[in-house]
Ligand binder design. Structure first.
Ligand SMILES: [Zn+2]
Length: 82
């Protein structure tokens, strides 16, 4: 292996390590957002129509109500890209 090839391999390895670090940081950031927008069970309406809905722990609405989970933030994170 010549010096040029060794230098190229070293640069590729360095770039790969930087990308892994960035991916790890981005995954951690996404997890922090998911932790804020976690689902919470809430029992709705006592009696015959009682049921459990999921609400977002991070979102509220202007009228003071909770937002249904998955909220727009979680939907944006879970959207599949073509
Ligand atoms: Zn939310």
């Amino acid at each position: 292996m010549n010096v040029h090839t060794e230098s190229l391999i070293a640069k590729i390895a360095e770039g790969t390590n930087k990308l892994h670090s960035r991916i790890d940081a981005q995954c951690a950031a996404i997890q922090r957002v998911r932790d804020i927008h976690a689902p919470m069970d809430a029992v709705m309406y006592a009696g015959k129509s009682q049921h459990v809905d999921l609400f977002c722990t991070g979102c509220g609405q202007d009228d003071g109500n909770w937002s249904i989970w998955p909220c727009p933030t979680i939907k944006a994170l879970d959207e599949e890209t073509p």
